[in-house]
Design a protein around this ligand. Structure first.
Ligand code: FNR
Length: 372
């Protein structure tokens, strides 16, 4: 399905990106990426909510060279715009996560490999080479398997764990209508879990008796995960653990109490809970609780540079992009992912100049108001 498009004609707006991605994927794969759960209220309001904020740019600040760099866990990154963890990327492009990880390396931002990637932890590490990489963990119901996933991430050079806590089977109307499962189209299910030595040792027999998918589903997803288990994870790894999927400031408080080293304010891009608060609306209260003690990230609905400015001015240290880079992958593989991020970087850089801001602290200090 993937065409070789002339990168000079690569889309500059989200709308065009989405349209071209739809032309370059099967309708079912496009629905899988684009859609949200149930009535898709969360999917819509994530984006709409950004339009209810506006910032006041500064003028005559003598802005010369803008410095867009940020530092997270002692490492410098060129822009506060990172990859969201996204699984099953082979549904839109045969090279899947390998292409995205290579693009992240070239862009000098961390690649966050999902537990449910269509390539294994080891394969993605190889593609990412000496690039920075973090591992997104879905804690399974079996602590031994979870520990083994973490230890493989450590051995393979991942430098942080992004623990996603808002995942459970949701009501995905379009996927159900299309009878679409990412691995119903010839893909191997859950390669990182299935290739795991501890999983193989403990569940090999069950796989033979009940089949692979049923066996994996007996331990994953794990809606039973609780804060105590975060404490346990902190004991088995020295890597920073960033908790992804926080919307309530009381949960932000608990996450810190139980040892979180970072927080991602997110509702999974509207793919899990329908009708919940848009992520950007949840951000200010959470930033207030965190009080700069750990990095705060935001995803769900970032579509252009003004959204990044709004998120930073409301208290985020960096944002994650989800669907935008998957559309780039669908359109032109690694080059498409690279192009999506380079366009976002350049628009953000121009926005910094237009706002009279020399650096990220200036952006964070812009006054922001609610306009609706
Ligand atoms: C996701 N997301 C996700 N999150 C996660 O923690 N682990 C995962 O495996 C996935 N997989 C996944 C697949 C697809 C197709 C999408 C679109 C999203 C959620 C992702 O990390 C992020 O929270 C949202 O994508 C952010 O919203 P936007 O940028 O897509 O609006």
């Amino acid at each position: 399905m993937t065409q070789n498009i002339d990168l000079k004609c690569f889309p500059y707006s989200y709308e065009e990106l989405e349209r071209l991605a739809a032309e370059n994927t099967s309708p079912e794969a496009f629905d899988y990426v684009q859609s949200g759960s149930s009535t898709e209220q969360t999917l819509r309001t994530n984006v709409q909510a950004f339009s209810s904020y506006a910032f006041k740019p500064r003028v005559c600040t003598g802005t010369k060279a803008v410095d867009s760099k940020i530092e997270i866990f002692g490492k410098e990154y060129p822009f506060p715009i990172f990859f969201a963890p996204v699984g099953n990327q082979k549904v839109v492009h045969p090279e899947g996560e390998l292409a995205s990880a290579r693009a992240a390396k070239r862009l000098n931002v961390p690649y966050i490999a999902s537990t449910v990637s269509s390539h294994t932890i080891e394969e993605i590490a190889e593609a990412s080479g000496n690039g920075d990489r973090w591992f997104q963990l879905y804690a399974t119901k079996d602590q031994d398997v979870t520990n083994s996933l973490i230890s493989r991430a450590e051995k393979n050079g991942y430098t942080a764990i992004v623990l996603t806590v808002d995942m459970a089977p949701s009501w995905r109307v379009k996927d159900m209508r299309n009878q679409f499962l990412p691995f119903s189209r010839g893909q191997k299910p859950y390669p990182s879990i299935v290739s795991d030595p501890v999983f193989q040792e403990k569940y090999g027999e069950s796989v033979l008796e009940n089949g692979l998918e049923k066996t994996v589903r007996s331990i994953f997803p794990n809606p039973e995960f609780s804060w105590d288990q975060l404490k346990e994870l902190k004991k088995i790894t020295s890597l920073p653990i960033i908790v992804k999927g926080i919307l309530d400031e009381d949960d932000a408080h608990l996450a810190l109490e139980f040892g979180a080293d970072g927080i991602v304010v997110s509702n999974h891009g509207g793919r899990m809970i329908d009708g919940c608060i848009p992520a950007i609306e949840a951000l200010p209260n959470i930033a207030e609780v965190v009080k700069k003690r750990v990095p705060v990230f935001l995803d769900s609905g970032i579509r252009s540079a003004k959204d990044v400015v709004i998120a930073l001015a409301l208290g985020a240290d960096a944002v994650f992009l989800g669907r935008p880079f998957i559309y780039g992958l669908a359109i032109a593989g690694e080059e498409g992912v690279h192009k999506v991020f380079s366009n976002q970087f350049e628009e953000f850089r121009r926005m910094m100049i237009l706002c009279g801001t020399n650096n990220i602290d200036n952006i964070k200090n812009l006054k922001i108001i609610k306009i609706s």
